[in-house]
Design a protein around this ligand. Sequence first.
Ligand code: SAH
Length: 206
Amino acid sequence: MVTSQLEVRSIRDPLVLAAMRRVPRHAFVGTEHMDEAYADSPLPIGEEQTISQPYIVALMTEMLGLRAELRVLEIGTGSGYQAAVLAEIVREVFTVEARVALLDNARRCLGGRGYRNLRFRHGNGWEGWSEFAPFDRIIVTACAGRVPPRLVEQLSPDGVMVLPLAKDAGKQVLCRVTRIGTLGMDIQDGIPVRFVPMISEGGAEE
Ligand code: SAH
């Protein structure tokens, strides 16, 4: 998977490539999708949600520009696969999931893997996780129509957030947001993507 799907598409960060070699993707998909776990595509994980295609996981992780000493917030735990990739690389990972059934499942998948640098929370990701803010990096793995303001507030100065944003006609673009000073942000657009929609601000958790 790493050679044929990531390296050929120019994923270069050695930390990302090593992490994706170490995390067994099959441990994060249900038994019915086990034989497709390393396929070049997203897969269903229940509750009408999906685990992203390996390339998209790698690309978003690379776009974060990670280093071992950083603290990262993830919104949308889902299967827990992206959280595991992050936890292989950085000092601390905080992950928030709105659907309790998925969160419980991710805890189970990740629990046995011995990550001591990973914390979970059930909640709406629009709120972030203020108790542990600021974060050096934030990754959002569901698509919103705008950058959640609370997340910008919880980003360190010069911090980076990677997220899909819905633009005109619902087209989604992978964006890299850099926090500038206390109020500003710079948004760079990347490739077109397709993510599940983010539960709305103030929307009910499940
Ligand atoms: N990172 C995941 C992919 C998850 S799919 C993985 O590696 O498997 C997107 C996830 O975002 C779903 O689990 C969905 O329930 C969650 N989600 C959607 N809206 C959310 C919100 N407002 N707050 C927190 N989680 C949300």
